[in-house]
Design a protein around this ligand. Structure first.
Ligand SMILES: [Zn+2]
Length: 113
């Protein structure tokens, strides 16, 4: 599962941070996930529960900020909210959109102890 490999890479990053800071575990983790990142939140939650057990993220408080998709039309320059990667421009219907935000998948911050 795609989401499981994402969780595994978050665990790797968290373990590295805990080691770097000479800490024991993560108390809190803040994630940013874009609506265009192709992440199923249910699948992510399911993978998270299973994968973090016995790791530094076991019991960590998790916060997720959802970043809404935004695109800019390459023809007329209009910026608009994009529900998916193939949303046509609402003004001129041009199918080519530059994605400005919404593909994020990152760890914004970690609190270790
Ligand atoms: Zn346009």
């Amino acid at each position: 599962m795609h989401e499981l490999s994402i969780v595994m890479s978050i665990i790797d990053l968290a373990e590295e941070q805990v080691r770097t800071h000479g800490a024991q575990k993560v108390d809190r983790i803040d994630l940013e996930i874009g609506t265009l990142a192709g992440i199923e939140m249910d699948a992510l939650d399911f993978s998270w529960e299973a994968a973090v057990r016995e790791t530094v993220l076991d019991g960590a408080e998790r916060h997720v900020e959802i970043i809404a998709g935004r695109g800019r039309c390459v023809e007329c320059g209009l910026e608009f909210e994009a529900a998916d990667l193939f949303t046509a421009c609402p003004a001129c219907q041009a199918p080519f959109t530059e994605i400005l935000q919404g593909k994020e998948l990152r760890v914004r911050s970690l609190v270790v102890s």
